[in-house]
Design a protein around this ligand. Structure first.
Ligand SMILES: *Cc1c(COP(=O)(O)O)cnc(C)c1O
Length: 475
């Protein structure tokens, strides 16, 4: 090693010295010791590597007090930054599982905050003055809205399916159409959940066609349940046949076998009224006579993550008595958010306007067009000639495995910037604070205004201005 490098390595301050630098002026006071020491060590290590790697001796300013203090503070800040970050969703995918699915509306947050920051009657019956059931907060309203006789909620819909199968069909056969052996994201597959529940899968029919006689022929001594799974994230088209829920219910009735439906996305509102494709509603499933139906709280319902189980009282009572219920139980924050979300459904118009998921799904194209035009002119204003914005008639997606075939007409911004590739724009936006998530198509950075929230245009405008300023400095 050359002498210069050795001399510089000797100049490296130790931890104590940097602590002294920071103590002067109280720079490190807000940083917990558990973070400060590792941050200082990391700063020293970084400087050491710089010395070792540099061709020429480092400038003495690299060893200055102020620079070292700033470096330590920056590192401590990065260590302490919360990992879960509020993110701008410019993908146009409304129920985006990777970005947190449904957003909660302000009235829901108010209830959630009140219930979780204070004691509550979570499991206390205020009238009787004794222990109560945590499910009673939502059971009544779920029955009222859906027409079910009884209701139960757990952590998520995957848990709901597991719990129902475990309760109703452990050790027995569950008949499912081959066209409905769904896999959804995150490795939830009907056959595997079935195996975990101890139920035995009995597939019937073909991938594209299943007939009533397929179920009839498969029913035997061992049959415990007929299961219909909503093919929520795919669609089988062409030469197809499936047995409708009412037909499946009548087969079940004839043989005295319960029928369960996993609706997946599960909506309480007939979305076709708002120009979307028809999804079967929860009410329709119950009216068709299904014994048990399950669906997610945070997909089309637009509430918190939860798994909702509705059905007849005898079945729901058995489900409630299953010891697994305790392991899958829903937390008070979720319960509060779910109750407040359900309240909004008492008035459908209110639900559609106030529940962000429904509002974004039903957003009129004219509103999206206006937002796109406004964002375009704002970006052009801050960025001048270098940035080109095209308005593109692309479509948005419902996401979350809901309405797979539905393209929601939208108007997207397609952005190109001279000297910066689409990949580089995407990366810059993703690493901005808060991160902005868009997508790339045909070498353009695409942003869909459908999923942007209030004041997020400001965030986007600033991120683009910062990116251009950074790139103009030639970095
Ligand atoms: C989404 C989905 C599930 C899982 O629901 P989570 O609430 O994500 O656990 C199960 N079944 C179907 C058909 C689904 O679409």
């Amino acid at each position: 090693m050359d002498e210069n490098k050795q001399a510089q390595l000797k100049m490296l301050p130790g931890v104590d010295r940097i602590l002294e630098y920071g103590a002067d002026g109280g720079h490190f006071d807000p940083i917990p010791k558990s973070v400060l020491i590792p941050a200082i060590r990391a700063a020293i290590d970084a400087l050491r590597s710089q010395i070792l790697q540099s061709e020429i001796p480092l400038d003495s300013s690299c060893f200055s007090r102020s620079l070292l203090v700033r470096e330590v503070k920056a590192r401590a800040g990065r260590i302490m930054a919360l990992k879960l970050k509020r993110t701008v969703n410019a993908t146009g995918v409304v129920v985006h599982t990777n970005l947190g699915r449904s957003l909660l509306s302000p009235s829901v947050l108010e209830h959630l905050t009140a219930i979780s920051s204070r004691y509550s009657n979570l499991e206390f019956d205020l009238e009787a003055g004794r222990r109560g059931s945590r499910y009673s907060a939502v059971e009544g309203i779920l029955c009222e809205l859906s027409g079910a006789r009884a209701a139960m909620v757990v952590n998520n819909n995957a848990a709901a399916v597991l719990l129902c199968l475990d309760t109703l069909a452990t050790g027995r056969e569950v008949i499912v159409s081959r066209g409905e052996l769904v896999e959804i994201g995150g490795a939830f597959r009907i056959p595997e959940v079935m195996a975990k529940s101890g139920a035995i899968l009995k597939e019937v029919g073909a991938t594209n066609r299943t007939h009533p006689r397929d179920y009839e022929n498969a029913i035997g001594e061992q049959t415990g349940l007929l299961l219909k799974a909503h093919t929520s994230n795919y669609s089988i088209v062409g030469f197809t046949a499936a047995v409708s829920l009412p037909d499946l219910v009548s087969i079940g009735r004839r043989h005295g076998i319960p029928v369960m439906e996993d609706l997946g996305s599960g909506t309480l509102v007939d979305l076709s009224k708002y120009g979307l494709t028809r999804e079967p509603t929860v009410q329709e499933s119950l009216a068709a006579g299904v014994d048990v139906v399950t669906f997610s709280g945070d997909k089309l319902l637009g509430g918190p993550q939860a798994g909702i189980i509705l059905g007849g009282k005898p079945h729901i009572d058995r489900i409630k008595a299953n010891p697994l219920t305790r392991a899958l139980r829903i937390d008070k924050m979720t319960l509060a958010a779910l109750e407040a979300t359900l309240q909004l459904y008492r008035d459908e118009q209110q639900a559609v306007h106030q529940i962000p998921t429904l509002r974004m799904l039903t957003l009129p194209l004219t509103v999206i067009q206006a937002r796109a035009a406004e964002l375009k002119s704002r970006l052009e204003r801050v960025s001048g000639e270098r940035l080109t914005v095209e308005l593109l008639d692309f479509s948005s997606k419902a996401g979350g495995g809901s309405l797979p075939m539905l393209d929601l007409p939208s108007r997207c911004l397609g952005i190109t910037v001279g000297g910066i590739s689409a990949n580089a724009i995407e990366r810059w936006m993703r690493n901005s604070n808060p991160p902005i998530i868009g997508r790339i198509e045909n070498d353009r950075f695409i942003m869909d205004p459908r999923t942007l929230q209030e004041e997020e245009s400001d965030i986007i405008e600033k991120a683009f201005a910062d990116m251009l300023a950074d790139r103009t400095q030639g970095r």
